[in-house]
Design a binder for this molecule. Structure first.
Ligand code: CA
Length: 230
């Protein structure tokens, strides 16, 4: 049982299914989080205002006037608090993505509590990294400029279009200049959680970055290991 302390990370869980809420609650507490639950959107909003959580876990299908999608919209209108959505079906995933709700991540039911905890950690890690980046928003690597505040990449001053994942990968590489990074490290650091897919995903994204940035991206392949940015 976690000891209640001032530095405990507060999480609000908005979920109307009592079994899922209880399970999530149990796992988060075990992992040291302080959890407040709400079974509908209006209560969820109250809890969030009252406890100012570090992160919100938000079910999409909620009873009452405010469902998860509306609540997410409402939160996003005034804050960038990290949100992980819980979805019941793939069609709901389509809605989240299609609506560009600004959720930080989503997990499809049924999920393992371990997976959810890993996602939470990853999102919080990203947020912390973002907060640090505010201090020095522009990273430079030769002729490549990574503006972490605007999430823009420039090559010799010209804007280069990259996907969100390519941006995260580039930022991670630049932040770790001079270090050999294994594909696993890159997956953990960029994809951010217990990735179960193919490690070649990293290669595909590095390939895309090389295509877009050419020789200006001084990344070398370390055979059998991963990549190194000089
Ligand atoms: Ca529900």
């Amino acid at each position: 049982m976690a000891v209640r302390g001032a530095d405990e990370t507060v999480v609000v869980v908005v979920e109307d299914d009592p079994n899922i809420a209880r399970l999530v609650d149990m796992y988060l507490r075990r992992d040291g989080y302080r959890v407040y639950k709400a079974a509908d959107g209006a209560t969820g909003l109250d809890r969030i205002k009252q406890y100012r959580p570090k992160l919100v876990i938000l079910d999409i299908g909620l009873p009452g006037d405010v469902d998860g999608i509306q609540l997410c919209r409402e939160l996003r209108a005034t804050s960038d608090i990290p949100i992980i959505m819980l979805t019941a079906r793939d069609s709901e995933v389509d809605r989240i993505v299609g609506l560009e709700l600004g959720a930080d991540d989503y997990v499809t039911k049924p999920f393992s509590p371990g997976e959810l905890v890993a996602r939470i950690r990853a999102v919080l890690r990203r947020v912390d990294a973002g907060a640090r980046a505010v201090l020095s928003p522009i990273l430079e690597s030769g002729e490549v400029e990574v503006d972490t505040a605007r999430r823009e990449v420039r090559l010799r001053g010209d804007l280069v279009q990259v996907t969100a994942r390519e941006f995260d990968l580039l930022q991670y590489l630049v932040e770790n200049t001079g270090r050999v990074l294994s594909r696993r490290q890159l997956l953990d650091g960029v994809w951010g959680w217990d990735w179960v897919g193919d490690e070649r995903t990293v290669d595909v994204h590095v390939f895309q970055l090389r295509k877009k940035l050419g020789d200006a991206l001084r990344v070398t392949t370390v055979r059998g290991v991963g990549y190194l940015l000089d």
